[in-house]
Design a protein around this ligand. Sequence first.
Ligand SMILES: [Zn+2]
Length: 235
Amino acid sequence: MTLLEWQDQFGSDGACEKYLFHQRWPDGFVCPQCQNTACWTVQRSARTAPLYECTACHHQVSVTAGTLFHRTKVSLRVWFMAIFLVAVDKEGKSVLALSRELGLRYDTAWLLHHKIQQAMKDRNARYQLGGLLELDDAYFGGVSHGPGKRGRGTDQDPVIVGVSLDHQGHPRHIFMDAVADLTRETVLEVLDRRVEHQGVWRSDGASVYAASARAHKADHEVTLSKDPNAPVVFH
Ligand SMILES: [Zn+2]
């Protein structure tokens, strides 16, 4: 996934907030107190994500509660951009670079950097991606196109990107792992850690994903995009 594609997907606070909503309630709002499925939104200010209030028991819940964005003063758009920069750079984007590129104070950049790295570690332990999964590899600064061109002529390390989708096609969980190469062994090592064995996988048809899907006893669908610049990972 390129920076540009990431920006297209998460370019506004509203888009990030919508993503978090679908992660929390993939099948629509459910009140954590009474399981009622109707809510209205309470907009506290233009700068903060809205609260969702249950129409039955009036319990209020925010999509950022219990996430690393909880009670944050930094906008979700800046958070999501920081996640891209920290998660994709194998060496880990330095705090100083992060503060320069996002125009943040050093201490704010340090906090984001620290929390993102922590969350990535936690996520490794907590989530295995299940169900429908889209796979792609990307290079920082450009997406690879076609098995013959993967990484050739560039010294950038590939990043394996996986997105699990709910049955409505909304993204639920994302992983991004920087790897040294895209050999079968490397890809299998990542997918063994990240992905449940059953399910349906989609990829652009690169043989390494087809072979990995067979090893995982997963169904493998090939999605061929007519537009080579079309984002592969998100709908
Ligand atoms: Zn309720």
